[in-house]
Write a new protein. Sequence first.
Length: 328
Amino acid sequence: MTKCLTTRRVLLGAALALPALSGARAQEAWPERPVRMVVPFPPGQAADLFARVMAEELSKRWPQRVVVENRAGGAGAIGMDAVARATPDGYTLGIGTSGTLGVNPSVMSRLPYDAEKDFAAITNIFTLPLVFVAHPSFEANDMAGLVALAKAQPGMVQYASAGPGTAQHMTAEMLAHRLGLRMQHVPYRGSGPAMADLLGGNVKVMVDSLASALPHVQAGRIKALGVTGSSRAPQMPEVPTVAETVSPGFQALGWSGIVAPAGTPAAIIRKVNADAVAILRDPAIAARMVQLGGFPDPGTPEEYGAFIRAEIAKWREVARAANVRLDG
């Protein structure tokens, strides 16, 4: 009787262990098919540029490709909602940004996702300053000139951004609130379309990421008025910061990082983090990112989660002070 009972216990224990073992083996084998990386903006924006670098490098390390999927619209909300709703099996990753995970929760009461609950943070990819840029025909050549025009013609100076609720939009709102300016926001569905209209002279001023604006500034197609970091950007050291010209202490950074749907297995989160961090710490990749206009910012999932929460708090304060609400 005792022997029979012991045998049944052993068999029951083995049966209970099978799901755990199969799950562990599945995670060890991951990825067994291509992984999609959802970018919530059109091609050409900083988030897209750096996501493609990461997808290319991760594809070299993994047995399957990482495929970038652009899901634009709703200030990034459409793409991030798609990530939040995806099966948490590691085969969908998302690119969270200063706009989608930092600003949107502060300005959208009907956001279809919860920035703090619907995603598993993996690592930040980069930080970068933004830059106020203008068409060559714009009267002002620096931030002081832009501010003077905005004060002389309240509501007449138009500026383009990658969309409502993006870091570009909120950076301009933060400046306007600090200096008592009234400028007209012209939102686009991403940085690419906005830049196309700026290059064509259809809009004269834009707030953009350094990464996507840099090639056009270097080619002389647009002019840089001021960068939003705490110090001048090494890629364009001749361009003063907003802080040193018109608004002491002013600082706004763009950033993008990797997230997964909440509930994605911890083992997969750890693997993606380890491989992404190794890529970001590679000197050749770091140099490539600096050349694109950003600065690698790898860290642990816990660090990235804490960073996201701090950004939400910061932009919530800006939205409150500037009275910015995007859905009533």
